[in-house]
Write a protein that binds this ligand. Structure first.
Ligand SMILES: NC(=O)c1ccc[n+]([C@@H]2O[C@H](COP(=O)([O-])OP(=O)(O)OC[C@H]3O[C@@H](n4cnc5c(N)ncnc54)[C@H](O)[C@@H]3O)[C@@H](O)[C@H]2O)c1
Length: 432
């Protein structure tokens, strides 16, 4: 117990030196927050370009305040680096590297494994390790702990290890890393206690301790699977409403008036980002190995994956009414990122729509103030300006970004397919 007292004092006196591995949507805001709370933070990333951008006080994540990055770097509180030997300097290491799916849609834990291996070469007595990257239940207590044990460390005695899922919601103005409640599950009681104490010192939110790291890992997968399944349900209702000529958006608003038991989810171009389309598959993959079937997750995943394909079918029907074919039709996608007010393109459904349209030889352009240009399938695209919007056979509102002149789009487009209910009047098609 003596060690808990020593670490508690270090945490409270801000003497604890922090290392964050992976400076992306999760790791960068977290590093800047910890530094502004008075701790010294080493931010590690294998991407030299990102490290250099930060060292030049440039920002690449829109949710993070550029002035805070600048200030923390100038005050030597935040030190971005690709030199992993500096891990020797830190007392607590928080791992925030990507955990995507591979080409066969199986969990790709290579970044996490690489980061953990790197950490294992620099371990010291009483180091604290936290995994924030989303993964399937058991990763921390089985795989990660095992690597550290092989190096002669006893978790709970001379090393502390926990999983604490990140819940950041990029572009959410109300909830950011600082005020979003947190879950902490250690591999043992002492690890839970120490890691929870650390987060209590940097967050202005509730920290909930659970009985072990596996519960914490499963809680994160549950949160995102809950969203996947409910969004799939809304797409089914959208299909039924379309057939019955009912406005799905009005139906959702009506259901929302119930003060309990209903949470609103909305249709759109599909589902993207690094979480909802991916995290539930980590669980189904793990369960499949254990001969357990989770059909609700599988069918939800299938429904969501089919959304862009169904949208293209609708586009084809709209064009047919104008006696036009998809081939050579001029189509404009408004919003190319995966969701509102972010530049994040990962798993973006707009890109999936673009892919299908291009295989059908349509001419596709996009407009997105958050994504001025992008390279997709080795082809370069740039956001167009809207001056010639009336030349498009169809304009599709894929994302409801807030910095768009929707009135101008409405007044100058031939036909609009509005997937985000920007122009609520009971129909998603305008101009026919
Ligand atoms: N983006 C979100 O909204 C979100 C929300 C909650 C949880 N998560 C989870 O957090 C984790 C990180 O996601 P993200 O969105 O921040 O990813 P990201 O791609 O934005 O950033 C990850 C960073 O890690 C770096 N990196 C990769 N391998 C590395 C290694 N071995 N050592 C050091 N750096 C390495 C990359 O260069 C990149 O800069 C994932 O597991 C994700 O599921 C993401």
């Amino acid at each position: 117990m003596k060690i808990v007292k020593v670490l508690k004092k270090k945490i409270e006196n801000k003497d604890l030196i922090v290392g964050v591995i992976g400076l992306g949507y999760v790791g960068l805001p977290l590093s800047v927050l910890i530094a502004t709370k008075g701790y010294k933070v080493y931010g590690f990333d294998i991407d030299k370009k990102r490290v250099n951008q930060l060292l030049n006080k440039q920002n690449y994540i829109s949710d993070v305040d550029t002035n805070s990055i600048k200030k923390m770097i100038e005050n030597n509180k935040f030190i971005p680096t690709d030199n992993f030997d500096l891990l020797n300097m830190v007392d607590i290491i928080i791992i925030c590297v990507p955990t995507p799916l591979d080409k066969k849609r199986k969990p790709d834990l290579s970044c996490l494994y690489k980061a953990v291996k790197e950490v294992s070469h620099h371990l010291k007595d009483n180091d604290i390790i936290v995994i924030e990257s989303t993964t399937y239940p058991g990763t921390t207590n089985d795989y990660v702990k095992n690597i550290f044990s092989k190096k002669g460390f006893n978790v709970g005695q001379n090393l502390f290890l926990a999983f604490s899922p990140e819940r950041i919601d990029p572009s959410n103005k109300n909830y950011t890393v600082i005020n979003t409640n947190r879950v902490v599950g250690g591999c043992d009681e002492l690890s839970t206690k120490i890691v929870a104490l650390f987060y209590q010192n940097i967050l202005e939110a509730k920290v909930t301790c659970v009985s072990n790291s596996t519960v914490a890992e499963m809680s994160k997968i549950l949160e995102n699977t809950y969203r996947l399944v409910n969004i799939a349900l809304i797409f089914e209702f959208a299909k039924a409403c379309n057939k019955l000529n009912i406005d799905i958006w009005e139906v959702i608003e009506a259901a929302k008036s119930k003060p309990y038991g209903f949470q609103a989810f909305y249709p759109g171009a599909g589902v993207g980002g690094h979480c909802i389309p991916i995290d539930p598959i980590y669980l189904t993959w793990d369960m499949k190995k254990k001969h357990i079937k989770l059909p609700l997750i599988n069918i939800s995943d299938k429904i969501i994956k089919n959304v862009p394909k169904n949208i293209v079918k609708k586009i084809k029907r709209i064009l047919k009414l104008q006696k036009k074919k998809l081939k050579m039709a001029n189509i404009l996608l408004v919003g190319i990122s995966y969701k509102k007010d972010t530049s994040d393109l990962r798993e973006s459904p707009s890109l999936k729509i673009l892919d299908i349209l291009e295989t059908k030889r349509a001419n596709v352009n996009y407009y997105d103030n958050y994504v001025k240009e992008l390279i997709h399938n080795n082809k370069k695209y740039s956001s167009i300006d809207l001056t010639n919007i009336n030349q498009y056979d169809l304009v599709i509102i894929c994302v409801d970004h807030s910095n768009v002149d929707y009135k101008y789009i409405l007044n100058n487009s031939k036909i609009i397919l509005d997937l985000k209910n920007i122009y609520p009047n009971g129909s998603d098609i305008y101009g026919l």
